[in-house]
Write a protein that binds this ligand. Sequence first.
Ligand code: FAD
Ligand code: PL3
Length: 570
Amino acid sequence: ELAQFPQDNVDYYQKIKWNGWGDTRKFLHTLEPSGTIAITTPTASAVPLPSLANYIKKELTLNGQTSNLENTPSIQLDQINIAAPRPINPSFERELQSIFTPDQLKTDKFARITHVYGKSIRDLVRLRIGQINNAPDLIILPQSHDEVEKLMQSANKYNVIVIAYGGGSNIVGACEPVTTDRFVVSVDMRRMNKVLWVDRREMTACIQVGIMGPDLEKELRKSGVSLGHDPDSFEFSTLGGWLATCSSGHQSDKYGDIEDMAVSFKTVTPTGTLELRNGARAGAGINYKHIILGSEGTLGIITEAVMRVHPLPQAEEYFGFMFPSFTHAINALEQIRRSDILPTMIRIYDPDETRLSFSSKPSKGAFSEFISSAIKHVCLSIIGFEGSKKQVDFHKKSVFDILSKNGAFGLGQSPGKTWAEKRYDLPYIRDFLLNHNMWVDVAETTVSWSSLLPLWKEAKQAFNDHFRSKGIPSWICAHISHTYSNGVCLYFIFASKQNADNEMTPYTEGKRLMTDIVLKHGGAISHHHGVGYEHVPWMNRYVSNGWINVYRKIKEVVDPKNICNPRKLM
Ligand code: FAD
Ligand code: PL3
């Protein structure tokens, strides 16, 4: 089931939480007097998650201390004051008025507050305390490629900063304006949301890139096809954001990462529009699409993209397995990868994330209770297969053989179904933790098979040692999601107590520690979250100065006045 918002004419930025994650109608809260945590969603009110409160209290408590959930509520919107917009150049304003209708130009406080940040912990903490220093001066909601072209020409003429804003779901500070004297426009792409055509012969679709995940899949399904890109942020991110950040979805092992799906796209830059040819492949020099993929709006705004699509799968089967240990699970994963018969998705949770998974279930089944309290080493895995029935059966047999040789115990399809139904719920826990004086963040990387276990062990140990040596409780877990012949994506989630004054020190210390350890083990700065400004301090340890200079030269040529999302990426 895809999330459906009420069909009305309200823009997306008015429907999603301004100071938290996702749908305004979905959140965690406690039930009084029991203190049980419950989740309310658009379709169900106050569904108890019976084990979660105890799990959080136990994990984020130091020896012998008692923990209770302190209340640390967010500031209310009407208590926030932000600086007035900078004065607009009258000639620029006149040009905008000739391109856009008044309804496409927003300067109200709510529009400005909802376009200043993304959804990182740093962003949410600042919103929750009303710390907003660099709100964009104007929000523009274009509806066509032509409008974006005219806007870019005008912005370049008047030296105005333009920042493309998709779903605003990035967690790296990618959309945040930097301190500047220049006028800043945030270009909200979400009204550019049409599937322009689907070609079932070539299996491609041309799409306006401001479309959000659920709307995109709904439209493609009308033609019997799917993109197959399903990041955790699927419900609140756009195709343009996925292209601009080199995104990756759950089923990347079968359908590829976003760069594998992108055939061509139009990018509006200050010095003109860059287009690419369609076609299966070309060995004609540099593959220019890779200059724009991952450029995070620093070279221009992507407006329309031709994407590879695939027929809707006839069969979709997702299973749960338990491994005796993380090492058993990794061995199985590597053998599956080597066998060249890949499932559509394999996720392997380490023992800590396995416990979290069982503790955040709505039902208080005896098995879940037992697992979450007794697990020391066992690991849950969710393995999915999609395609024709025949293909799924063939893949299943081969994969299940490898699993059983590595000690995996089958749990049937029920965990797979639960995973599919609840797969977008986890980030809502972050808002609950922030409401109760705790913080949680993530770090993800691509790491080689041989560095996988050493990185996992060292990061977990170092994170807990760091905080516990200071008397601060901490918690860290990890899972493996996307696989490659020469490595995997390893994804950490870590939490600790927030200081009462909301200062960022515990978070920045945790982030620095994790990124340094990832680089020490040869990991990528990010497998799929991007760079923004958050990862810039590490970029010169990750890419050589030669490449940084190449990027800078490209930027100088394409965007000589540096109006496109300045001070991001490098
Ligand atoms: P935004 O956040 O709006 O923008 C991101 C960057 O892209 C900015 O630099 C912006 O200027 C630029 N940009 C946006 N649109 C355009 C455009 N049309 N042209 C040029 N530049 C543009 N990422 C994954 O890959 N996989 C995941 O599983 C995943 N899970 C997540 C889960 C949660 C809870 C959260 C908060 C984030 C997650 N992310 C994930 C990160 C984020 O969702 C991705 O980076 C996503 O691709 C961002 O898309 P967006 O539309 O929200 O872009
Ligand atoms: C981007 O991929 C994700 C953005 C952040 C989302 C964080 C979600 C993690 C929530 C899990 C919290 C469990 C904490 C339990 C503490 C004992």
